[in-house]
Design a protein around this ligand. Sequence first.
Ligand code: SF4
Length: 278
Amino acid sequence: MVKIKEVQVGSYLTASKLPDADWVVNPYVGCPHKCIYCYAEFMKRFTNHTEEDWGNFLDIKLTNKPTQIDKIGNASVLFGSVTDAYNPYEKKYELTRKILSEFIGSNAKVEILTKSDLVTRDIDLLKKITDLRVGISMNTLDDSFRKLTEPHASSVDKRIEALKILHDSGIKTYLFMSPIFPQITRFNDIVEYVQPFADSFYFENLNLRAGYLPRVLSFISENYPEHLEIYNAIYRKKDMNYWEQLSNEINTYCHNAKLDFKLYFYHDKIKKGAKHND
Ligand code: SF4
């Protein structure tokens, strides 16, 4: 049961420190998708939710003030950096839809990243935003793995269908393969499957921080004991060999397939984003 609360905020726009976004819009606090590896759990500390489990609360952000789109000019804006702007409650509250409508006629570079097919509800609106891309995040073709790790996000089939519908509607799309689970995510199978509907590909490794590292390692121990040794090597002993080898494989594969792609692998430790299509 998700505890819903309405909260008043000053603005939906927040200046961002992310490498590829100048601003972020998170219409909600919390995320009912409840992915077991969610890095955004740290938001509990900043939003008076320390007693609650991540995924069990959702604050609906409300404001009477306009979003002040003009002040950001042609800067980039990412919808959904610490929530999924198309979580199931968006169906009822339509906050994302309302904020997106304010971007019609602006020069901003708008980007939406989601694990939900609900984004297709807004195709009418998305088509009216001049500079817009939609990314679907997915790390498996196996829906039983998806159910275990992203219990309340859209199924694999629905996400692929959403990518197809968006692409067929003339909207720029990308597949954000994240997080890549060592030994479990089959990057080439996924790329081959969705290639007809994705204009670009981004890859990000599974990055485990202290708070949720034990949770994910016990998930692996319970469900994939055959991979536990390699997870311990990566996440306990900090052995980078697996990622270095995988980043080389992805680079070679994507260059050969002439894909537009970028790697977000341990940003500072392994080679920064490989160049596209060169
Ligand atoms: S969809 Fe994103 S923000 Fe929501 S729980 Fe999953 S990882 Fe976290």
